[in-house]
Ligand binder design. Structure first.
Ligand code: FDM
Length: 211
């Protein structure tokens, strides 16, 4: 990529088992196959010391107050911001499995105030696109490994889905909603086409922050 051209920050969001991980992998593979520098990332990023606490919480080996774990998820994003900014400015496109919106959706689904949940996310790098894979939570239970981690309960996931819907409506300018039950290849083709249009458009735009 030529000097001054940045990469895009692309986020996949949705309930557990909605296909985010598969779609983000396919997108990274496609971009790389076209010679476009692309890096996969995911939040929570479980290897840092904060990430390890989050992992213990998610696997039910540690209990924390809802507010505390919420702020740890946010801190986990903040601790990666400098590195993400540097990669984007070097021209790498970052394809990220979950971001601030999962933070808001899961914590407000537990009953925490929506605006309180959003507040620590303000100032993080704003995504250029969010691909929201939307599926009725009852459909999601048929997918592999559902039910092993703390939040993988249908009733809870349907509350999470409602918050994602609200975020999608609020942030419509850069959110793209897809039916997660469509065939993997068709979904990938749609996502690929939006991404290919997006990359040259954002390449010369400055990075923005969530507000
Ligand atoms: N999760 C994820 C949150 O509750 N808050 C957050 O900020 C993020 C990024 O962590 F149940 C939840 C969503 C999910 C769990 O995510 C782990 P993965 O994608 O299954 O690793």
């Amino acid at each position: 990529m030529s000097a001054g051209k940045r990469g895009a920050l692309i986020i996949f969001e949705g309930c557990d088992r909605s296909g985010k991980t598969t779609q983000s992998r396919l997108l990274v593979e496609l971009l790389k196959s076209k010679g476009i520098p692309a890096l996969p990332m995911n939040f929570p990023e479980r290897s840092s010391s904060i990430g390890q606490v989050i992992n213990s919480y998610l696997t039910n080996s540690k209990d924390l107050k809802d507010e505390v774990i919420h702020l740890m998820f946010s801190a986990n994003r903040w601790e990666h911001m400098n590195q993400m900014k540097q990669k984007l400015l070097e021209g790498h496109t970052l394809v990220v499995d979950r971001y601030s919106f999962s933070g808001v959706a899961y914590s407000s689904a537990k009953g925490l105030d929506f605006d309180w949940c959003y507040a620590p996310e303000r100032g993080l790098i704003k995504p250029d696109a969010v691909f929201y894979l939307r599926a009725p939570p009852n459909d999601l239970t048929n997918r592999g490994q559902y039910g092993e981690e703390r939040y993988e309960k249908v009733e809870f996931q349907s509350r999470v889905a409602k918050v994602f819907d609200r975020l999608c409506a609020n942030e419509a300018s850069y959110w793209h909603q897809f039916d997660a039950s469509q065939p993997v290849d068709e979904l990938h083709a749609r996502i690929a086409s939006i991404t290919e249009e997006l990359l040259p458009t954002v390449a010369t735009q400055p990075l923005d922050t969530l507000s």
